[in-house]
Design a protein around this ligand. Structure first.
Ligand code: PEP
Length: 244
């Protein structure tokens, strides 16, 4: 597995269910021109499964990630993609427990833990997403919710060398809203230092990251990188985020 601790920053693009061959060719062309092979910055592209191989063939200065993987290893699970298949085509990372999957596909913490564990068994670093809803934030439940999600979604075979946490407040995803820099720092410090048995996991921030806020967010000491949704679909924006 990659030694993820050697990276000073991790910048992951989650394309969700967007893109086409034409979009990818243009994106990679322009990414290759701009991305100056900084070996301490880990750039990860997570395309829709169907395009993973097309993306992976062109990846010499970024890593390939999945957006999800199956609960199962192999067999009669129509439509699913296993972690071993992801490994087979060169994936080194896999997002698990994204809030869209938790909300729209009824993924529980238990299922997220199985997916993270399957990823690890196949030499893939899981990026385990956690985050509070707006109602939970308003009720001052953020830390309680995050601690519970982390304890239940991170499997026994995880440790701070093989697993990444992404703090993605649900209310910040795709809304243009973000927590203040102080709030991000406070939550990241909480995640990294205050949940017993889960200390010092590399922790990414995700939720409306753009070229206009990425520099400030990545300057925060407790932030090990960013997970970028919408802005990762615009190569100009993404290149600016990479160089911030
Ligand atoms: C995401 O979906 O992981 C995400 C962070 O989205 P956005 O950047 O669009 O808020």
């Amino acid at each position: 597995m990659l030694e993820i601790h050697k990276f000073s920053k991790i910048i992951a693009a989650n394309w969700k269910m967007n893109g086409s061959i034409k979009f990818i060719d243009n994106f990679i062309d322009q990414l290759n021109l701009k991305n100056n092979h900084n070996k301490f910055v880990c750039t990860i592209i997570c395309p829709p499964f169907i395009y993973s191989q097309h993306v992976s063939k062109q990846s010499d200065n970024f890593y390939l990630g999945g957006q999800d993987c199956s609960l199962f290893q192999e067999g009669s699970y129509t439509g699913d993609i296993s972690a071993s298949m992801l490994n087979n085509i060169g994936c080194q990372f896999c997002i698990v427990g994204h809030s869209e999957r938790r909300e729209k596909f009824n993924e529980t913490d238990d299922k997220v833990a199985i997916k993270a564990s399957n990823s690890l068994k196949n030499n893939i670093h899981p990026i385990v997403c956690v985050g509070e809803t707006l109602a939970q934030k308003k009720n001052n439940q953020t830390k309680e919710v995050l601690a519970k999600q982390i304890r239940k979604s991170i499997p026994k075979n995880s440790n701070n060398k093989n697993t990444i946490i992404a703090y993605e407040p649900v209310w910040a995803i795709g809304t243009g809203l973000t927590p203040s820099l102080e709030e991000i720092n406070d939550i990241h410090n909480f995640i990294k230092n205050e949940i017993q048995d889960y200390e010092n996991f590399q922790t990414l921030y995700g939720g409306s990251v753009k070229s206009t806020n990425s520099k400030e967010i990545m300057k925060i000491n407790s932030v090990d990188g960013v997970l970028v949704g919408g802005s990762s679909l615009d190569i100009m924006e993404f290149n600016k985020i990479l160089s911030s």
